[in-house]
Design a protein around this ligand. Structure first.
Ligand SMILES: [Zn+2]
Length: 353
């Protein structure tokens, strides 16, 4: 009994003394939320130090910005978005930005700016909404983020978000990188890179050993530059299924190169989750769980879905707006994936890289 009391007292003292045990977004954990924007994209990252990065803002109108605002303020307890990254200029990715900027302060906007031969123009409203600053993102751009994870070997576990490629340009091969020969031999092209999807910003978030890949809507032939001649991404734990699960993206050789444990698809009721992509994911042996923002209910009958437990929104209407949350432990060694509305929770171990 005495022992229990002593450890309780020590525990309480630790709670008071340790800066890593705090409420809200500064608890040392890395959180990622997939907001349901009905087949658009809105991925909210909250770092262990409580800094926030929103990747894409869903569709125009009030629905998606409101949903992002709700998750940001009520779930993540944020009062501002520190960094907003727009992967490309399609309305399901940039559409909610201007409205969102009227609801919550936005720090730095990172995007492709105005560039030569821009296939799609988001318009002046997008380029002039209120933000503290605007920066053009380029291959190799790294956001400056404060570490606040666990301390190992006298230093906090590092955190970084790096742009691997954008506007069809990619980072140089790391020194000493081996040729990805077997995979390059299997590469074949697809003929569909005309729109701004091909210019998407491709990102890698790293927290200790934990690695998360978000390639926006980058298309098949651009994806090939990520694994051929060398693997520029390396192995990841979590793969955001590119382009809502459409088959003009998600080159199976990317999956063979990055070998994720968990995938999250930001699909809609009738958008994405293409049979070819579903087959690619199902055929990737490293994948332990495939999450979907929506149950796919396309009327064409070509419907594949993960088990219901892994799907946030299972009804055909647009009312539920259930989000998926991923939370990485302060030591980076494991992470939980949750669908709070459905009381789903599963823990995965970070792969040692
Ligand atoms: Zn899209």
């Amino acid at each position: 009994m005495k022992k229990v009391c002593t450890s309780l007292v020590i525990g309480m003292l630790l709670l008071i003394a340790s800066p890593s045990v705090q409420a809200g977004g500064t608890d040392g954990r890395l959180d990622i939320y997939w907001v349901d924007v009905e087949g658009g994209a809105a991925t909210l990252i909250v770092t262990p130090a409580g800094e926030s990065i929103l990747i894409d803002t869903g569709n125009p109108g009030i629905r998606d910005p409101q949903r992002i605002f709700n998750v940001a303020t009520q779930e993540a307890r944020l009062t501002r978005i520190d960094h907003l990254i727009t992967t490309h200029y399609h309305r399901d990715h940039f559409g909610g930005a201007s409205q969102l900027s009227k609801m919550i302060p936005i720090g730095t906007v990172w995007d492709n700016g105005k560039f030569e031969d821009m296939p799609d123009d988001p318009g002046e409203e997008y380029f002039t909404f209120k933000a503290e600053s605007r920066q053009v993102i380029s291959p190799g751009t790294q956001l400056s983020l404060k570490p606040n994870g666990e301390i190992t070997r006298n230093r906090r576990i590092p955190i970084s978000l790096t742009c691997l490629g954008t506007r069809k340009q990619f980072i140089a091969a790391p020194r000493g990188a081996k040729a990805n020969r077997a995979i390059c031999e299997d590469a074949r092209a697809k003929d569909r890179d005309g729109s701004d999807n091909a210019n998407s910003v491709v990102m890698l978030l790293e927290f200790g050993d934990f690695r998360f890949y978000d390639g926006g809507d980058v298309t098949w032939n651009q994806e090939a530059k990520l694994f051929c001649p060398v693997n520029l991404i390396g192995r990841v734990d979590v793969y955001q299924v590119t382009h809502h699960g459409l088959d003009s993206s998600n080159n199976p050789l990317v999956l063979r190169s990055v070998l994720p444990t968990v995938t999250v698809m930001n699909n809609g009721v009738t958008k994405g989750c293409a049979p070819e992509v579903f087959a690619t994911l199902s055929g990737t042996p490293s994948i332990q769980a495939m999450y979907q923002v929506h149950k796919n209910m396309r009327p064409d009958g070509q419907v594949n879905n993960a088990p219901d437990e892994f799907i946030a929104n299972r009804k055909a209407d647009e009312c539920e707006a259930n989000f998926i949350k991923l939370s990485v432990a302060a030591n980076g060694r494991s992470y939980d994936v949750m669908i709070p509305a459905n009381e789903h929770r599963a823990t995965y171990r970070t792969v040692k890289k």
